[in-house]
Design a protein around this ligand. Structure first.
Ligand code: UDX
Length: 397
């Protein structure tokens, strides 16, 4: 099948590269010429493990426009506007400019309920993407499930054929249910994170053992082991945005749980600053920071908790020295973790990059002026950190 993918962000590029791997003829379209030129050279415009290897596939091409395709897939962004509503400008541009060039029009962007049913095209499909940054290729090639919203037998058959090589259950729904399935998944994940963060905080205040509590939850198959890591709050391009979006589409009497999850996350991002303030006055201090991206294995800074945390530290009069292996931030000025430690009064871990687990803690402590280490992702064994001479504080630990 000839597939035109519109938008070469995470969803578009990863989907395109994976469909090409399965033998489809894929053309990835973006109006950003610089991005297309980069892609033509085989370079990915963002860091995602395993992606560049998939770009050098003869089935895959890149361009600013195309003529015709069997399937047109809309993979452009749907950011929140300043009022918390979904900005559909890019999606509407795609519908207007490209939808009629395909026999089938597949929406992969996360769109508000009712968007797909309004599209004037005989074969509209809503096919949400559940990939995570950092493991996007694996998530796409080995999905837990595939959700397909269609309102014609022809579209359903085409999607069945398209996903034939994937070993995953396909859930066929109507358009609105497929739209909602994406919001529901991300809202649930966000809620699970806020839930565990609040229990971590509560363990701390009551003197309960958070690690053991976590274990007791993870072994319960009804709860499951994933998304129960406490930290500095969830960020990224999806969870915060989609939570805001579903709330903005609901009545104030709907979704009390989700409103709570959202509020808890806002509070969680400030907790680490409060923790630090409980150890020292911040004015004039130098704070070393390890990790800026919203999660490891990505350079993405969208809604990263580090942004608000750094702003709060600066408002208190502190200076920061930051190191992240990839994070695209003006604050990412140190060349390695030890440079961030050098002469610092305290060290904060904000992203759980593998590299940070292996640092020489004794060396880090020797380089620092102060002894406080706040592990915002619970990556260390508190006893080991204390043995290296630190005053250790974790999340719930
Ligand atoms: C998310 C969804 O997981 C994915 O299905 C959807 O398609 C896009 O949004 P992503 O934003 O890439 O993916 O990251 P994810 O792994 O879900 O993490 C989101 C945030 O939650 C990160 O800031 C992460 O640090 C945080 N998180 C995650 C926790 O704090 N604790 C956890 O246990 C898991």
């Amino acid at each position: 099948m000839k597939i035109a993918i519109i938008g070469t962000g995470y969803v578009g590029l990863v989907t395109g590269a994976c469909l090409a791997k399965f033998g489809h003829e894929v053309i990835c379209i973006d109006r950003n010429e610089d991005k297309i030129n980069l892609l033509k050279k085989g370079e990915a415009p963002f860091f995602e493990p395993g992606l560049e290897e998939l770009l050098s596939n003869p089935n895959l091409s890149f361009d600013l426009d195309f003529d015709k395709a069997d399937i047109v897939m809309c993979c452009v962004g749907t950011p929140s506007d300043s009022g918390g509503n979904v900005d559909l400008k890019a999606v509407n541009d795609v519908i207007e400019k490209h939808a009629s060039k395909g026999e089938f029009f597949v929406m992969k962007s996360t769109v508000p309920l009712g968007t797909c049913s309004k599209i004037d095209h005989p074969n509209v499909v809503m096919n949400p993407e559940f990939l995570r940054q950092g493991s996007a290729i694996k998530d796409t090639l080995e999905p837990d499930r595939i959700v397909v919203g269609t309102e014609s037998a022809q579209s359903q058959q085409m999607m069945q054929n398209l996903y034939e090589p994937f070993d995953a259950p396909i859930i066929f729904t109507d358009l609105i249910t497929a739209e909602l399935s994406k919001y529901a998944a991300n809202a649930y994940l966000a809620t699970k994170i806020s839930f565990i963060n609040e229990f971590a905080n509560f363990c701390e205040s009551k003197g309960a053992d958070f690690r053991k509590l976590q274990q007791s939850l993870k072994y319960d198959t009804r709860i499951g082991p994933e998304f129960l890591e406490a930290g500095v709050g969830f960020g990224g391009s999806c969870l915060p945005k989609d939570l805001t979006a579903i709330l903005s589409q609901s009545d104030k009497n709907d979704f009390h749980v989700l409103r709570g999850a959202d509020k808890a996350n806002k509070i969680q991002k400030q907790k680490i600053v409060e923790k630090l303030k409980s150890q020292m006055a911040l004015k004039g201090r130098k704070i070393g920071i390890l990790g800026l991206s919203f999660k490891p294995n990505t350079d993405d800074m969208r809604d990263a908790p580090s942004i608000e945390i750094i702003n709060a530290l600066k408002e208190e009069g502190a200076n920061v020295a930051c190191y992240d292996p990839q994070g695209k931030s003006e604050h990412n000025t140190c060349q390695n973790p030890y440079e961030a430690c050098d002469d610092s009064d305290a060290l904060l871990i904000l992203t759980e990059w593998e590299e940070f687990r292996g640092i020489d803690l004794k060396k880090a402590r020797r380089l620092m002026k102060g002894d406080t280490l706040i592990d915002g992702r619970n990556i260390y064994d508190p006893d080991e950190v204390r043995a290296a001479g630190f005053n250790y504080l974790g999340i719930g630990l």
